[in-house]
Design a protein around this ligand. Structure first.
Ligand SMILES: CSC[C@H]1O[C@@H](n2cnc3c(N)ncnc32)[C@H](O)[C@@H]1O
Ligand SMILES: [Zn+2]
Length: 465
């Protein structure tokens, strides 16, 4: 009988009736042949499933058990698939996808100063950001990224696109001491960034505003201090490029008589709300310092290799206890937003540079791409694992392709073999953004057309013949 007086009684009734097929209502049940949770209490569940209500994970168990206990509006059983947390791209400049392939085979300083900054000054406007952000979100959803950090321009436009497509993002309008699109220099760029943070803080649970001074070699010590003070005042994350190249280390050393991480320490800048991209060239004492101060590090192996920046000492950072996540950087230094490639490169290059096959094992890399990234970004109380109470940011990865056959170990396949095209379904906050590889919140054909027409205009201006 259902004449009950509270929902608790309904639950008690349903639990006491072992034959009841799904008696507790949920929005969604998602399953997989392997559920890779990133939760040490139940690391991989064979034939598992997750029940989702109000966008949150409310149960994780064997599929039979979940189906017996919950009645869902929709079930995505995930036969022949892995279910895992969505990937966290901890560093990108999303709309730079429109500069993909524009300037290759250059070292960072040459690439940035002589090609990218001038192209941004010329071409970045609202339409560029809107279409670039849509293209980036399409690519990220297609490849299983559910949260990303966007350090770029026009944050209101970027946030609108993120809101519409359903992804989760930290939107970090960058401030720099030089003129940048729409700004004369630091003062107006930083004022606009702070204004964005004030307006967006707490506004949308999927969009977290942040402060982002570009780097120690492009932002003065006074301005770096302003940046961290604003991040503290508004209680938001702060992200920065740090110790990316040897040239930066020499430059900062010469100007401020300290290496880049130490320079930030001298300014009282380092604290857990800070996460730094790259950190390719820290010395031993700086690694210890970053661990002590609790800052996050985002490793971008594709970009560090392509721009010939070097190999970040990730094994030493992990050993020191630093929160390390993975990122792609912008698509102009990668040249894509594919986290699977970042995963695989991380797993491979550190074995090669240390001559130690255990330097960064598969499970550690997968953790960096999910929970480790969430920790570095300060979001581990919300995302990064399949665990009761966290937001339902999940992906199903198809295992039936030849390169994934046969399967002994799901984590091995995810790290050493799978790629972006194998992602079948993407869910953020319990909402399905892609299913059977079909985009549900973005229009790929229109985005492709508009991106192509922007690129044609850029090409005609840069290469008139
Ligand atoms: C000021 S917004 C962020 C700026 O960082 C630039 N950028 C992109 N990739 C890198 C990188 N790897 N290192 C430093 N700056 C970068 C972008 O082109 C943009 O001008
Ligand atoms: Zn970057």
């Amino acid at each position: 009988m259902f004449f009950v007086f509270s929902s608790q009684i309904v639950i008690a009734w349903s639990n006491s009736n072992s034959d009841a097929q799904g008696t507790r209502s949920v929005e969604l049940i998602v399953g997989g042949d392997f559920v890779v949770t990133m939760n040490d209490a139940q690391p991989v569940i064979k034939n598992g499933a997750v029940a989702i209500k109000d966008g949150k994970i409310i149960a994780v168990d064997k599929k039979d058990q979940i189906l017996a206990s919950y009645k869902a509006d929709r079930t995505l059983p995930g036969e022949g698939m892995v279910l895992m947390p969505g990937l966290v791209n901890g560093h990108s400049h999303s709309a730079m996808v429109l500069f993909r392939g524009l300037a290759d085979d250059l070292a960072l300083e040459d690439w940035l100063l002589n090609y990218i900054f001038p192209a941004e000054a010329k071409f970045v406007d609202e339409n560029f950001i809107r279409i670039g952000e849509q293209l980036a979100c399409w690519e990220m959803i297609r490849g299983g990224t559910t949260t990303f950090v966007d350090m770029y321009f026009k944050p209101d436009v970027a946030s609108e696109v993120v809101d519409e497509c359903g992804l989760r993002a930290i939107i970090a309008p960058s401030s720099i001491d030089f003129p940048s699109p729409n700004f004369q220099g630091w003062d107006d760029a930083f004022a606009a960034a702070v204004d964005f943070v004030k307006r967006w803080k707490g506004k949308n649970p999927r969009i977290i505003p942040a402060i982002a001074p570009h780097a120690p070699y492009t932002v003065s010590p006074e301005h770096l201090t302003q940046a961290i003070e604003a991040a503290r005042q508004y209680d938001v994350p702060l992200t920065i490029h740090l110790a990316e190249t040897k040239t930066e280390v020499e430059d900062v050393q010469q100007r401020y008589n300290a290496t880049p991480v130490q320079h930030l320490e001298n300014l009282g800048f380092l604290e857990p709300r800070v996460f730094a991209a790259h950190v390719v060239w820290p010395n031993e004492s700086e690694i210890a310092l970053m661990a002590k101060r609790g800052i996050g590090v985002i490793h971008n192996p594709d970009s560090n290799l392509k721009l010939a920046s070097g190999f970040a000492p990730i094994p030493a950072m992990l050993k020191a206890g630093i929160k390390v996540g993975l990122g792609t950087d912008g698509a102009s230094s990668n040249n894509d937003l594919d986290m699977w490639e970042a995963i695989r490169l991380t797993a491979f290059i550190h074995k090669g540079t240390t001559l130690d096959p255990t330097a960064v094992p598969a499970k550690t890399v997968l953790r960096m791409a999910t929970l480790g990234g969430a920790e570095a970004l300060g979001l581990a109380d919300k995302i990064g694992a399949i665990k009761v109470g966290l937001q339902a940011d999940l992906i199903q990865v198809q295992l039936s392709e030849p390169h994934l056959t046969p399967i002994y170990d799901a984590i091995s396949h995810l790290v050493y073999t799978a790629d972006a095209q194998d992602v079948d379904t993407v869910i953020v906050d319990g909402k399905v953004l892609m299913h059977k590889r079909e985009m549900l919140t973005l229009n790929p054909d229109r985005i492709r057309l508009e991106a192509t027409s922007i690129a044609e205009r850029i090409d005609a201006e840069l290469r008139p013949n």
